[in-house]
Design a protein around this ligand. Structure first.
Ligand code: ADP
Ligand code: MG
Length: 245
């Protein structure tokens, strides 16, 4: 396997917050390779460092020590400008609380990342329309976020995260605010993205989300304590959906 088969590579990663008495080792020596097209789930108790790890992998925070490579290129030590550019083009973030721009319609929210990355308004509109259609939201395109259900808002947020065809989609508790039906909608969407070869890293407390992943790592006190390759995935989501019937 050559190094670019692992789209995301993490080496001896550390992140400390504060100092002295209040020093917190949020991430304390993580090594990880994520192959292209894998869905990785990260679980662990509150405060164990999951969000920090995700932020480090997507360049929202810089490590205290260690390396993060995206498609073979270091992102932990690039300039602020380089990092901002990388974030816009190479990673998509999805958050528990959606973080949509409330003044913009669903379509405008999805257009925004492409515009910020330098796409023409026309290309951004076309991409947003395509994603909203693909995500079953074509009839919601003109709605402001407050007019959408939680599940619809999260699907808009995922569409926005996919706007620039990121190398990795990073999701932090994406179903944390959703009911069962909306959770299954998001899982179906992740499944579709995976079928199309999308790499996904999902932090979750939800066993149902973890069960659809290819691989599950458990974190505790900033470290991985367990690493499980899940069995052949075929039909796993079907099983979950039947459970809900
Ligand atoms: P999780 O997402 O697993 O709940 P976090 O990554 O948010 O965990 O936090 C890991 C640890 O780092 C926690 O003890 C948290 O309080 C601490 N932490 C996170 N961000 C900061 C920060 N900006 N300043 C100080 N401590 C922080
Ligand atoms: Mg968190």
């Amino acid at each position: 396997m050559n190094e670019f088969d692992d789209v995301l590579q993490v080496r001896d990663l550390h992140k400390e917050h504060g100092q002295g008495q209040s020093l917190v080792r949020a991430v304390d020596g993580v090594d990880l390779d994520v192959p292209t097209g894998q869905m990785l789930a990260v679980m662990g108790p509150s405060g164990c460092g999951k969000s920090t790890l995700l932020h480090l992998m997507g360049g929202l925070e810089r490590p205290t020590y260690g390396e993060v490579r995206l498609a073979g290129r270091r992102i932990d030590n690039v300039s602020e400008r380089g990092l901002a550019r990388m974030r816009r083009r190479a990673v998509g973030f999805v958050f528990q609380a959606f973080h949509l721009v409330e003044e913009l319609s669903a379509a405008e929210n999805v257009e925004l990342p492409a515009l910020l990355a330098g796409s023409s308004p026309r290309a951004a509109r076309r991409r947003a329309a395509h994603l909203l259609e693909q995500f079953g939201l074509a009839d919601r395109a003109r709605h402001l976020p407050w007019k959408l259900s939680g599940g619809q808002r999260q699907r808009v947020a995922i569409a926005r995260a996919m706007a620039n065809e990121p190398l990795v989609l990073l999701a932090d508790e994406p179903t944390g605010n959703l009911d069962t039906a909306a959770t299954l909608d998001v899982l179906r969407l992740f499944e579709d993205l995976r079928s199309a070869g999308q790499t996904l890293v999902v932090v979750t407390h939800d066993e149902r989300v973890a069960a659809t992943a290819d691989r599950l790592v458990s974190m505790r006190d900033g470290m991985f304590v367990d690493d499980t390759r899940l069995a052949v995935r075929t039909g796993r989501l079907d099983g979950l959906i039947k459970l809900e019937d």
